[in-house]
Design a protein around this ligand. Structure first.
Ligand code: ADE
Ligand code: ZN
Length: 337
């Protein structure tokens, strides 16, 4: 157990449905009278062995069946916020997948209001400021995404932006040009997963065709030197998720992860958990494993944390406050060593 104070960070790549812990899956199933296809927790946990992104997505979507009421969504969100705050998260931009709920008959209001109600009290309860991002499933048609975005706008949903997730390969950014144009018109921030399993080209296409402000993952940029040069020049934020990349076999082991090379190249990278209930850890777990495997220095950790704050959509005042906390953490860490 690490007794040092947690590094203050912003978590910029977090799927709220990916925070659903096995224990909560069982308790929500019982509350909602849902029969699970697993006899007990151990049997469920034995499924958390993934061969690629799709093998994870199959379980991730199946487990969402237990989310039925506003209370379910709020409980899941509150559990994440409590754990994240303990691990040093001070600001989070939470993605949710509305289409994954609407498609199984849960009203849009139920999922949005449930998550949003927990986010609304987060700063007071946990000291964690929050924003909500509606992520769209790239393996569904663009018209489906557009219809849900229009409903979100019509109901004045408290969303700060849109994202793009789910099965990447074969679902290129070019499929979602109209969706991102509509989001821009509505004054929303725009981010997208790219270069997780998909090629480096999806990263440049997300920037050029969708106008995104941040790239989720982006690790495959390392295969294209000209793209790296562009991302460094423009300081495009890349929200990297090391434990996720290992568990989904985007990299072989944490020792092979490109994060240190990305930092050395001058890329604007941050460390995030993606789906912490599925990938073996929260942001602080990602940092502690990076420390032990890659020997990240105090200064490198503080730089990664500062990148997360600067790359967030928080207000300038909140960013200044959190950057001050990181400086204080770094000074205290030097004094301790
Ligand atoms: N949905 C939840 N986690 C995801 C990931 N790592 N990549 C794509 N879609 C996701
Ligand atoms: Zn993700």
């Amino acid at each position: 157990m690490d007794t040092n104070p947690a590094l203050p960070v912003a978590e910029l790549h977090l799927h709220i449905e990916g925070t659903l812990q096995p224990e909560l899956i069982f308790s929500l199933a019982e509350r909602n009278g849902i029969e699970l296809p697993y006899g007990d927790l151990d049997e469920l946990r034995s499924r958390y062995e993934f061969t690629d992104l799709q093998s994870f997505l199959d379980l991730y979507y199946a487990n969402m069946a237990v989310l039925q009421t506003e209370q379910d969504f709020a409980d899941m969100t509150r559990a994440y916020l409590a754990r994240a705050a303990e691990g040093g998260v001070r600001h989070v931009e939470v993605m949710m997948d509305p289409q994954a709920h609407v498609s199984r008959g849960v009203p849009l209001e139920t999922c949005v209001n449930g998550v949003a109600s927990a986010l609304a009290t987060s700063e007071e309860e946990f000291g964690v400021s929050t924003l909500l991002i509606a992520a769209f499933l790239r393996d569904l048609p663009e018209d489906d995404a557009l219809a849900v975005l229009e409903q979100l706008l019509a109901m004045n949903a408290p969303i700060a932006g849109i994202g793009l997730d789910s099965a990447e390969v074969g679902n290129p950014p070019s499929k979602f040009v109209r969706l991102y144009r509509r989001a821009a018109e509505a004054g929303l921030h725009r981010i997208a997963h790219a270069g997780e399993e998909g090629p480096a080209q999806y990263i440049s296409d997300s920037l050029d065709l969708l106008g995104v402000e941040r790239i989720d993952h982006g690790i495959r940029c390392m295969e294209d030197a000209a793209l790296v040069e562009r991302l460094v020049r423009d300081q495009v934020p890349l929200t990297v998720c090391p434990l996720s990349n290992v568990r989904l076999r985007a990299v072989d082991t944490l020792a092979d992860h490109p994060l240190p090379a990305m930092l050395s190249a001058g890329l604007n990278v941050s460390v995030n958990s993606d789906d912490p209930a599925y990938f073996g850890g929260y942001v602080d777990d990602n940092f502690s494993q990076l420390r032990s495997v890659h020997g990240l220095t105090t200064h490198q950790q503080a730089a990664l944390a500062a990148n997360s704050i600067r790359s967030s959509f928080a207000s300038d005042a909140r960013k200044a406050e959190l950057l001050g906390q990181i400086r204080a953490w770094e000074i205290a860490a030097h004094v301790r060593s």
